[in-house]
Design a protein around this ligand. Structure first.
Ligand SMILES: O=C(O)CCC(=O)C(=O)O
Ligand SMILES: [Fe+2]
Length: 454
C-alpha cells in the first residue's frame, strides 16, 4: 500500500524530472532532494527502492548540469569583459611528441599523467606485438569472429554519436572495407580479451600502463577484461566529441593509417555545450567540423590541442578530456582505458554515481575503495607480456614506491588547479607549479615534505 510520504515523494520527483527537462536545474534539485528525503533507499519495497535510486541518480545528473551552467554563465561574463572585435577560436596547439627512449616511467607519470597532458609516444608500437599487426594478420587470427559494427548517426545521443549497425564476420568486414557502401562501417572498440584472446596473447603492455588498477580486481569484475580493444575504420569516419567513461585514462596505439585527434582539457568541457541525456556521459552540441561561434560563443574560451597520429605512434589521453577523432586514412589501431593513481579519485567519484544504477559498477567501486586494495605503483615496472599483465600479484620484492597519500601527508598539500594532489614518491619529491595556465611537474630538492604549489 502506498504511504502518504511515498506519494508525495513521487510527486516531488515527477516535478523535479519535469524541471530538469525544461532546464530549470536549481528548482529540479530542490524537488529531487525533497523526494529523496521522503523516500530514502532503506525503503523495504523493491520497486520503491528502484524509484528512490532513480531519484538519486537524477539528482547527481542535475548537480552536474548546475555546475556546467555556472561555468557557462561565468564564461559568458568573461567573454563580455574581453570585448572581442571578431569571434575566433584559439588555434589548435600541437600535442607534444616524445620517443619512448627518452621517456622513463616517472617522467610519463609526473609530467603527463599527473598534469593531465596528452602526449604522443613514438617508436613504441612495434614493441607491443609479438609479430607485426596488419589487416592481413587480423584476418588470419580473427577472420571467423563475429563483430557488430558501429555507424555514425548525426542526431544520436549515444557515445561518440556512433550506434550499432550490422553484424558480420571480421573477414567479410575487411573484404568490404574499401567499398563505398562500407564507408560508414566502423569496427569500433572490439574487446580483444573477450572476442579474440589469440590476438590479445600477442600483446605486450608498455610499462606506462602496466600498473593498471583494473587488473587488480577479482575475476569477472567490470572492465577487467574489456581492453585492449580493436579499431578498424575506413577513411573519412569520425568519432564525435566525447569524454571517455568513468573517469578513465586512455591510450591508443596505431598500426596503419592516420588519425586526427582533437582534444580539450576537462575544464573546457562546459564551453563545448555538453548535454546529459540518459547517461552521465554527455553528448556535445558543438560541431567541430564547422564551428558556429554565434550559436556557441563559449568555444572561443577553449584551448584546443590536436595531433595527427601516425603509424607506430601511441597517444595518451588523460581522464576527463573531451576529444574527437577523424580517420584521415583507413586505419588499424588498438586502445585501452586504464586507472592508476593519476585518475583514481575521479574514477571513484564517477563509479559512485554509476553504482546507483549498475550493480557491476557498484561491485568495482566497492573493490577499489576497500582498504585492502593495493593503490601503490611500481615506478621500476617493465613492459609486461600479456600473461604477466593479466596475472598481476603484489610482490614484496618489487618496489611499489609511488604511494597513495595518507591523511598525514595530505595535511602538507595544497591543491593546485586540476591536480588532485594525492600522490607522493618515496625516493624523490616532485614539485608542481603553474605556468601559462598549465600544471607542470619537476623534481624538487630532497626535502622531507611534499610541497605542491598552485
Ligand atoms: O579512434 C576513435 O575513433 C575513437 C577512440 C576513442 O576515443 C575511444 O574509444 O574512446
Ligand atoms: Fe574516447
Amino acid at each position: 500500500m502506498l504511504k502518504k510520504d511515498d506519494t508525495r515523494a513521487d510527486v516531488y520527483a515527477a516535478l523535479g524530472s519535469f524541471l530538469e527537462c525544461s532546464g530549470q536545474y536549481l528548482n529540479a534539485k530542490h524537488h529531487l532532494e525533497k523526494a529523496i528525503h521522503l523516500k530514502p533507499d532503506s525503503n523495504i519495497h523493491k520497486w520503491y527502492l528502484i524509484l528512490a535510486k532513480d531519484y538519486r541518480w537524477l539528482l547527481y545528473k542535475v548537480r552536474k548540469q548546475i555546475q556546467v551552467q555556472k561555468a557557462q554563465i561565468e564564461g559568458l561574463q568573461k567573454l563580455e569583459h574581453l570585448e572581442l572585435d571578431t569571434k575566433i577560436m584559439t588555434p589548435y596547439r600541437p600535442v607534444q611528441r616524445i620517443s619512448v627512449n627518452d621517456l622513463p616511467f616517472e617522467d610519463f607519470f609526473y609530467k603527463y599523467e599527473l598534469t593531465s597532458t596528452p602526449v604522443v609516444i613514438t617508436g613504441i608500437v612495434s614493441k607491443m606485438t609479438t609479430e607485426p599487426w596488419t589487416l592481413d594478420h587480423i584476418k588470419q587470427k580473427a577472420g571467423d569472429c563475429m563483430v557488430t559494427v558501429k555507424t555514425p548517426v548525426q542526431e544520436s545521443v549515444e557515445w561518440a554519436r556512433l550506434e550499432d549497425s550490422k553484424t558480420t564476420t571480421v573477414t567479410e568486414f575487411l573484404r568490404d572495407l574499401d567499398k563505398p557502401e562500407s564507408k560508414n562501417n566502423y569496427l569500433f572498440d572490439w574487446s580483444l580479451p573477450v572476442h579474440c584472446p589469440a590476438l590479445a596473447q600477442e600483446l605486450t603492455i608498455p610499462k606506462y600502463f602496466a600498473n593498471d588498477f583494473l587488473q587488480r580486481t577479482a575475476p569477472g569484475t567490470l572492465y577487467k577484461d574489456s581492453w585492449p580493444s580493436l579499431f578498424i575504420a575506413p577513411a573519412g569516419l569520425t568519432s564525435e566529441l566525447h569524454v571517455d567513461a568513468f573517469g578513465s585514462n586512455f591510450w591508443m596505439a596505431l598500426f596503419e593509417g592516420k588519425k586526427r585527434w582533437v582534444f580539450f582539457s576537462s575544464k573546457d568541457a562546459p564551453y563545448l555545450y555538453p548535454r546529459y541525456e540518459y547517461s552521465m556521459d554527455p553528448v556535445f552540441d558543438v560541431d567541430l567540423s564547422a564551428p558556429d561561434l554565434n550559436t556557441h560563443p563559449l568555444l572561443q574560451l577553449t584551448e584546443p590541442m590536436e595531433c595527427i597520429l601516425q603509424p607506430g605512434e601511441l597517444l595518451f589521453v588523460p581522464a576527463g578530456c573531451p576529444h574527437r577523432v577523424e580517420n584521415l586514412e583507413k586505419s588499424l589501431a588498438i586502445s585501452a582505458n586504464f586507472v592508476d593513481l593519476s585518475n583514481l579519485e575521479l574514477v571513484k567519484e564517477e563509479l559512485y554515481v554509476n553504482s546507483i544504477m549498475d550493480q557491476r559498477a557498484q561491485d568495482l567501486y566497492l573493490q577499489i575503495t576497500n582498504q585492502d586494495f593495493v593503490y601503490d605503483m611500481n615506478s621500476q615496472i617493465k613492459d609486461l607480456k600479456w600473461s604477466e599483465f593479466k596475472n598481476w600479484k603484489y610482490s614484496q620484492n618489487e618496489k611499489y614506491d609511488i604511494k597513495f597519500l595518507n591523511d598525514e601527508h595530505k595535511k602538507h598539500v595544497c591543491l593546485p588547479g586540476q591536480f588532485n594532489g594525492l600522490v607522493i614518491h618515496e625516493r624523490e619529491n616532485y614539485m608542481f607549479y603553474e605556468e601559462n595556465g598549465q600544471i607542470k611537474a619537476e623534481l624538487e630538492d630532497h626535502s622531507n615534505e611534499l610541497h605542491l604549489h598552485a
